[in-house]
Design a protein around this ligand. Structure first.
Ligand code: KG4
Ligand code: ZN
Length: 337
């Protein structure tokens, strides 16, 4: 099956996005309308505002995605939409729009898991990457290590017991008054700091060495900031950012390498917003090199939320005739695997 064009829609959080992807690997357009400027006024995503903005933006974004791809709706073979996980009101805007478009255009509808979308962001940019491989998903809401045995087949090897990696970045950035979203701000500030200045804990989960836990680290950083403040000491924010970031990247790297060592998997693909972190990319890439593991990462734009990744994931459902019906609903708490 070739030249299959999928129009994909993504609206699970604060990005309204639409893309046209051919055969799961070629991005013909990838339009992202970010609401960050509005939400940062409140220090985080406000769900009700996100839903309203998606309603305003979704049709223009889809029109632009078709235009940039040089397509009319009639040229599209299927409509794909993220149905979870995410904010329910935000997801519903995409799901309702996807269903309406599929119905009026008489095209099949494909329901895509947002986390599977993040992993699939690797396909258009690493054309040689094919399952089986190990996937590390580190986003604002999710932290997973998974064995991707085939397209659409995921076995969870490790997950977070509390906060997601991106959530930890956002909370520490807030404590340091760096603004929202915190990950990119900490990434930039950490470049000016010393990662060994403060020793923060690298927590492990006793009975599950490949699970993650970031809440202890978060508390340790907050306690450090409070105690320095109470003692009247000036806080070196760059050192805190660098030391916190190195605790996160060490914890993530350890588990990813443990998984590769234990399973003998020789391919590791990273995904999700935190996969844009420069220190994490460098550390994983160097650890993989030492072990002769091929390391795959999407470009920075494809790490954070976008619709091209949804179109890539959808293609592998299209070729298996895995279509959704018109009673598709949003599933805010959807997991992977
Ligand atoms: O994947 P994503 O766009 O949305 C979710 O599905 O959650 O991830 C957003 C998360 C935010 O927590 C943001 O702070 C984090 O990714 N992030 C980063 C970087 N860029 C985005 N974290 C660390 N370093 C970055 N450069
Ligand atoms: Zn995401």
């Amino acid at each position: 099956m070739s030249n299959t064009k999928i129009l994909a829609i993504e609206s699970s959080c604060d990005e309204t996005a639409a893309a046209v992807v051919e055969d799961g690997r070629s991005i013909l357009s990838n339009i992202i309308n970010s609401q960050i400027d509005i939400h940062k006024l409140y220090g985080g995503v406000v769900p009700e505002i996100a839903s309203r903005k998606h309603i305003e933006n979704i049709n223009p974004v889809i029109r632009l995605a078709l235009k940039e791809a040089g397509c009319r709706l009639a040229d599209i073979d299927a409509i794909a939409v993220t149905y979870g996980p995410g904010l329910v009101g935000a997801l519903l805007v995409g799901v309702a729009t996807g269903k309406a478009l599929a119905f009026v255009a008489g095209k099949p509808l494909i329901a895509v898991n947002h986390i599977e979308g993040h992993i699939s962001a690797n396909y258009p940019e690493n054309k040689e990457l094919k399952p089986p491989f190990a996937a590390l998903v580190v986003s604002g809401g999710h932290t997973y290590l998974a064995n991707v045995s085939d397209y659409g087949c995921y076995e969870i090897i490790g997950k977070t017991r509390d906060d997601a990696a991106g959530e930890a970045f956002d909370k520490i950035a807030r404590a340091l008054d760096l603004g929202y979203p915190g990950g990119p701000k900490i990434d930039a500030l950490a470049k000016e700091g010393n990662p060994s200045a403060i020793t923060f804990p690298r927590a492990s989960v006793a009975d599950a060495p490949m699970d993650f836990s970031f809440s202890g680290l978060k508390s340790a950083v907050l306690n450090y900031l409070n105690s320095q403040e109470m003692q009247g000491n000036e806080i070196n924010k760059a050192d805190v950012a660098a030391s916190f970031q190195s605790a996160v990247t060490d914890a993530i790297c350890d588990r990813a390498m443990l998984m590769c060592d234990k399973t003998g998997i020789k391919k590791l693909a990273i995904a999700g917003g935190v996969a844009a972190n420069s220190a994490l990319r460098a550390q994983l890439s160097s650890e993989c090199k030492k072990r002769d593991i091929s390391f795959y990462s999407p470009s920075l734009l494809m790490c954070t939320d976008n619709a091209a990744m949804i179109g890539a994931a959808a293609y592998y459902k299209y070729i298996k005739n895995e279509f959704a019906s018109y009673d598709l609903n949003a599933v805010p708490g959807l997991g992977l695997g």
